[in-house]
Design a protein around this ligand. Sequence first.
Ligand SMILES: *Cc1c(COP(=O)(O)O)cnc(C)c1O
Ligand SMILES: [Zn+2]
Length: 420
Amino acid sequence: MSKVLGLQCKECAALYEIGAKHVCELCFGPLEVTYDYDYIKAQISRKKIENGPLSLWRYADLLPVETGWDKDVRVGFTPMQHARRLGAELGLRNLYIKNDSVNPTFSFKDRPVAVAITKARELGYKVFACASTGNLASAVSAAGIKADMQTYVFMPSDVESGKITNAAIYGAHLIAVNGTYDQLNRLCSEIVDEENWAFCNINMRPYYAEGSKTIALETVEQLGWKAPDHVVVPIASGALYTEVAKGFSELVEVGLLESQSVRISGAQAKGCNPVAKAFAEGEERFEPVRNPTTVAKSLAIGNPADGNYSIAIANKTNGLIEQVSDEEIVDAVRLLAATEGIFTEPAGGVTIATLKKLAAAGKVGPDELTVAYITGNGLKAQEAINDQLGASMTVEPTISSFEQELATMQYEVNTESITV
Ligand SMILES: *Cc1c(COP(=O)(O)O)cnc(C)c1O
Ligand SMILES: [Zn+2]
């Protein structure tokens, strides 16, 4: 008996044994981990989870690894805060922020990586690699140190300099690729065929994806074992978005929730909007975006692997998928900071700007229990915002100079009376 049944094709349901494998041999559909929920139901309980580690490993019964995970690093179990001030601004009384920007390498990517690297070690791999839009590279690079594996990370050469530094500091072999993410992802798919490497988001993708769902499991636990009415999730490849849906349904499957009907809404940037565009046009399949241009670089995937599944989930859960402009994204980054004290990267701005749009259009009700997922930290991507901010005043080192400037500043603040 074991909790994991194998890898199952999402298209034709063919079943495969656990291994470093991500596409179906029969139909080329993507594979996902499938579980024996009756077996898990007999093992798991709210109490067991609550007494577990303060990390995503408290949900180990629902993750596709046997043992051997790193108990020291606190990946996941991130804070959730009732966003009263942002809620007041948007007219939402029951708004929560799940703050995944405070993971060990400052994005939610530490979740999928924790699961994928544990599995890669279990399968005997020595090298762990990834194709990254920025944040995955730092998560892989840091996890490689503690797992004692060599790491290779591939990133577009035009990502924010903070993303490069944050990956390089841990000593990964860092390969900057002159091209889009989709081009470097194709390159990495060819490397998988040549080298005996575990690529966390290619041949290890089914395990990688499972790590993402833990954000949904935590959401329910942190709400006191209650499902939210609505969540807003940013979409790059669509792994997080689709796995959030899986997380909520699994809790019902294993008897930790009586029922759930969470609306799952998605957020994309206008400059890289394949899923949002298809959704708006009522299409079931997206058209790839060839040259993404958006300030939200970590979401700049023009050909998202889980794009079509994301559209299906939005339709099934009565969710919506919106797109927002770079200007709205940057404004939303500032709004979240000014109302909730959280500095997020542009991806978080995409989420908040989308939420704002939905609220303004009456598509999120004022009392709907809504959770917005903030997936990355602003300190890693300061370019987007730097030129808008600076010192409030510059003074001479004398009390008279200070008092004089302070008087002017207070006048300005009072007349503006802030929009938050
Ligand atoms: C990678 C990433 C996402 C979403 O990724 P998916 O590929 O859709 O799972 C969202 N936010 C940030 C900050 C990211 O780095
Ligand atoms: Zn298949």
